[in-house]
Design a protein around this ligand. Sequence first.
Ligand code: UVW
Length: 325
Amino acid sequence: MPDARASDARVPELTELLADAPTNWGRWGPDDEVGSLNYLTAAQVLAGAAQIKQGKVFTLQRLIGDPAGDPLWPGRTPAVREMVLDESHWDADGNGPAFPGGLHCADDTLCASLQGSTQYDALGHVWYDGKIWNGFDAQTTVGGLSKASVAPIAERGVAGRAVLLDMARHRGKDHLEPHETFTHEDLIACAEQQGTPIRPRDILVVRTNHLQLFYDKGDDFYQGFCESGLVYSPELVTWFHEMEIPNLVTDTMANEVTTDPNNGAVLVLHNALMRNLGVAFTEICDLEKLAADCAEDGAYAFFYVAAPLKIHEATGSPVNPVAIK
Ligand code: UVW
């Protein structure tokens, strides 16, 4: 689990820390469940499609059930896929169904944490002070998210212009280190160094390659667990708000530094950006092939398309986002 702060200073409640933070509650009506994805208008879809110049396609999902391991937030368990029907059913025991014509087939099931793979978070996934996105009562999460589940995001789909922000290359590193943070100003500097400034309503796709440490270190990865990532400041939240960022996509489990080094609170940006502004979060992406290609051809903007699964009242859903250049 996230490590305690070295200092014994009091950790502020999110209600205090975010007391003056902006929200988009009510902006798209009292019933809205997709938040800042509303910024992805037809004009943004066309702006995204206009980035397609070479016909290159990159899928951004990590393999579920990877023999190398599935990177999971502490306390979550890996997906279990089980065969329920295969050729063995027609071997010695002869239990396979006898289809007219002699058809044989394979079937299986998947038992998986919906937050445990490359995923979209539902806007109702996190909260404080008894309210989730758009001011819905936190009681609406009991027994399933009757408000702001992942299903409305799945129903809508996500398509727009995206820009890759390769923070690892920008810092001259193979991967960012535990606890390592960056700000919106670092994102802007990274984009400028790459030659592709961030535009309003861009989907931000941020590469840290931090999870390389999961594959390199095994269980030691979880010692003093604190992922690298964006760190909260009021200025960062204002920048996301003014830039009307619809979707934050990263290659880490939580899209932000786990424990804020400035105040000791955990997952502050989940609340400031997702709960308050309605920014969609896409986590645990594999950005390695896309990033290598961007470094080679210098084209960091692309068409981004994703649709999580339509799962009733779910807190999140696996997804395989696609980047097209
Ligand atoms: C938690 O649920 C703690 O985080 P995430 O949204 O990163 O899965």
